[in-house]
Design a protein around this ligand. Sequence first.
Ligand code: SF4
Length: 614
Amino acid sequence: MSTEHRTHYRTCPLCEATCGLAITTRGRTVEVIRGDADDVFSHGFICPKGPALRDLDADPDRLRAPQIRRGDTWASVGWNEAFAEVERRLTPVIQAHGRGAVGVYLGNPSVHNTALALYSRALLRILGTRSVFSASTVDQMPKQVAVGLMFGTMLSVPVPDVDRTHYLLILGADPLVSNGSLMTAPDMKGRLRAIRARGGSVVVVDPRRSKTAEEATRHHPIRPGTDALLLLALVQTLFAENRVRLGALAPHVAGLDRVREVAALFTPERVAPHCGVPADAIRTIARELADAPSAAVYGRVGTCTQEFGTLASWLVDVVNVLTGNLDRPGGAMFPKAAAGQANSRGAGGRGRGVRLGRHTSRVRGLPEVFGELPIATLAEEIETPGDGQIRALVTIAGNPVLSTPGGARLARALGSLECMVSLDIYRNETTRHAHVILPGLSPLEQSHYDVAFTQLAIRNFARYSPPVFEAPAGNPRDWETVLRLTAIVAGQGAGAEPAALDDLVATQQVEALVGASDSPIQGRDPAEILAALAPRRGPCSKRIRTASTWARWSRASPRCSARPAGRSSLPPSRSSPTSRGSVPAWTRRRRSSSWSDAGSSARTTRGCTTPPRS
Ligand code: SF4
């Protein structure tokens, strides 16, 4: 291995901000991690967690070999032995009770790992279980339900155009500490200060005097759980003072009279005693939102993890609509990701919309949302005997015993499982109950592309990160681990070759895309597409980096440009939470123009064979 100093450029996978990192290595050692000053999205910003990737990579506690638990004793084993143990434990459960007896928990890091994000879908598809859980149901799911019903897909989340707005109202969020959530934006401190520096205002509504509140123009403490009341009073004021200005949104809005009728009950004087924000302060906020040259309302975890989370999340965008600030510069805008975004494809106004509650949890009858059941039901679904009882569990990059409510009860329930398999790089409060732990690679040993967070970003960009280090010899990549697990579930056995399943997954994906009316490759020959991607294995193709599509994306790479989140006129979508069936799909024409007008020549990216700087 070379002992020369080398600098690698990649995206930090540790939070939604997706900062660009410059990582200096010597051999297999990370010497220093800095913010990449030339990254067009993060401009050198990083938080203290970014450099800590070095500690994570070198951490002696990070699992590097599969673990099998026998009683209270753990043994490090080889990969074939580990998969054989998974087969030995999991297959009898499936044969006796069906695949529905297997639950899956997807942790937050699985969204920050391209292989896990893409290949977990194959496992879920083959498994076909209804017992799917994730961290989303203790975090942002109310927002996803609201935007799903309002705009047609679960990731059609409008994000504040913080770099151009004149007025930002923040409810239940502390982006100075979180670095933004459902709003991918490195250096929120700098961006919020810039709003004030250009004469704008940042107003925070939060029960706590958070770090963000300390930096704000004003802070209004609110009684927890009453954000929906305050937002309804804002809506009432906008109507009562004739300040509703739909502007270009007017043709796309439905149910306006009903919203006015409902909000009329919630005057500022009526809600003030409940939410603790004085009536005159509520009116002032409504007037400022209406009068600002541009404004955005942003609500996050505090507005979601409460009794009226979906209502509050919907009202955030109702206010954005009523003040004419949805889908316009300086307002709340829809990002246009280069890949994987449902609402940047197809013709506007078409689509099936979202359906919720297609099945319910077995014990409490709670509805599914986007294929998931509330994580709060996992323990009882394991503990309660009967048809459909969860008897085996696969956890992927998550620690729900620590991060979800009722952790002690969940820990007890996990201890009763007939089979538990965890894909995780640590033995922790959750994975210590597993019978087999299959460790993933270090983040620095994997390629990365942010499929999810480019769909929530305040700028449109595309960045591919190649691995900094080679994976240790004999270690499967994360996608191979997931596919070997999938093969066991499919009955192909522990010795199945993941490449065959990988080919099947890729073929199914391509066939689905060429058959979709809103796909950029609709009607193309699947064999031709697969040949163009070859040689391909896992989520990465050497050739795709030089394919025309990638070349187009590369124009917006860190080396080239990032663009403001997409300005597009709304398709004929309806803005009532009761409306369904319309998908605000940005047309192919829109996306093409956005990406093709970047104006720079097609040059290689950091993910390409010739990094532009080394
Ligand atoms: S803010 Fe998030 S993405 Fe940026 S360095 Fe810190 S952890 Fe990484």
